[in-house]
Structure formats: structure tokens, C-alpha cells
Design a binder for this molecule. Structure first.
Ligand code: CU
Length: 219
């Protein structure tokens, strides 16, 4: 948690943590109260049942407090959803095609690869398309995921904050070799990316990429 590598990761992790803390707190509280009441009001100690009608203060508290908490969860999710849907106008566009069972990526100049390369600290928009069934483009480390449908183009944007290589998965079971759709997204220094994308090479040299990435991290 809080080790994501995109502009969305912190907010997503925060929402997740908030939800877990609230849920954990109430799990403990309710379990504790349940056990406490079972012991306190057991038959040996209270042979005659009591008829308790109501307690207005308590009822207001247990209505208003959870209401505020769940509305906060909703608001956190909604706020981040809106940000994720608002694609920046001049984002760098890459076409992503999903098919059984491979991803392919096409850059604005027509270059095509089966690993996704992106420049660091740049708004990137992916135009997601499928040629056959439903898939889902998922980058766990970036906390982004979107379903990819046939006959529909959907947009997913992000800004990578860390250099390196991260996993892409298909998160929608799409057939026998669904697991083949594990892939990599490589975040490169900006200059290297543009030099590579405009070159004739299909793949950046792994060695120079690793060197430059480690140099960039040092600086
Ligand atoms: Cu798939």
C-alpha cells in the first residue's frame, strides 16, 4: 500500500485504507458487543427476559454515524472516479488492442509493439479496443483497470511517476489462454522514449534502458 507508481495510486490506496479501517473497527466493535451481551444477559443471570422499548439518542447515533461514514466512502470513490474519467486534452495517445490472447500497442506514428512503452511524467491516454470478446486492461501498480469491449472504444488515462517495468494483466476471464495476457508496461525517461518511438527499432535495448533508468533514478 502507498507504493503505487501513477498519479492515481495515492488516492486509490487512501480510499481503500479508509474503507478497511472503518470496516475493521466495526467488525471488532460489533463482535465485542455481541459476545459481551451474550455473557451479560445469559439465562442463568437473567432468568426473566426484559422488554426494552427504545433509546432515541442511541438510535440517532447508530444511524447518523454509519451514514456519514458510508457517504464519505462514496464521496472518496466518486471524486477519484471523476478524475480518472477526465482525460487531459493533450494526453499522448496510444491505441491498445486486446484479442484472444495478446495485447498490442500502436503509437501515434504507427509503430507497433506487444509490450507497452511510455514516457515518465507524461499524461498518457489509452484507446482500448477488443477484436473479439471482453477483456480488461489492468495495471495493478498504477491502480488502473478498465474493461475492454468489442465494437467500442474506451479511454483510460494515467501519468506514470516511476521509471521501471510493471505488470499488465487481463482482469476479465477471456478464454482458455486468458493467463497469456500477462504483459509489461515499461516507463522510460522522456528523451529515451521519444528517441525510441521515432527510431526503426521495435524494442529498446534492454541494457541501455536499464542503465538509463538507474541513472535517472540517481539524479
Ligand atoms: Cu483477456
Amino acid at each position: 500500500m502507498f507504493d503505487g507508481a501513477s498519479n492515481f495510486s495515492y488516492a486509490t490506496d487512501f480510499t481503500f485504507l479508509f474503507t478497511i479501517i472503518v470496516s475493521g473497527f466495526f467488525l471488532l466493535l460489533i463482535t465485542f458487543l455481541m459476545i459481551y451481551f451474550v455473557i451479560k444477559y445469559n439465562r442463568k443471570r437473567n432468568p426473566v427476559a426484559e422488554n426494552i422499548s427504545h433509546n432515541t439518542t442511541l438510535e440517532i447515533v447508530w444511524t447518523v454515524v454509519p451514514l456519514i461514514l458510508v457517504l464519505t466512502m462514496f464521496w472518496l470513490g466518486w471524486r477519484d472516479y471523476l478524475k480518472q474519467e477526465a482525460v487531459p486534452k493533450n494526453a499522448y495517445a496510444i491505441d491498445v488492442t486486446a484479442q484472444m490472447w495478446i495485447w498490442s500497442f500502436k503509437y501515434p506514428n504507427g509503430k507497433q509493439t506487444d509490450t507497452l512503452y511510455v514516457p515518465v511524467e507524461t499524461d498518457i491516454v489509452l484507446n482500448l479496443k477488443s477484436t473479439d470478446v471482453n477483456h480488461a486492461f489492468y495495471v495493478p501498480k498504477f491502480r488502473i483497470k478498465k474493461d475492454v469491449y468489442p465494437n467500442q472504444s474506451r479511454k483510460l488515462w494515467f501519468n506514470a511517476k516511476e521509471l521501471g517495468s510493471f505488470e499488465i494483466a487481463c482482469a476479465e476471464y477471456c478464454g482458455l489462454n486468458h493467463s497469456y495476457m500477462y504483459n509489461k508496461i515499461v516507463v522510460m525517461p522522456k528523451n529515451d522514449f521519444y528517441a525510441w518511438v521515432n527510431s526503426e527499432y521495435k524494442y529498446p535495448s534492454e541494457i541501455s534502458l536499464a542503465q538509463k533508468t538507474s541513472e535517472a533514478i540517481k539524479n
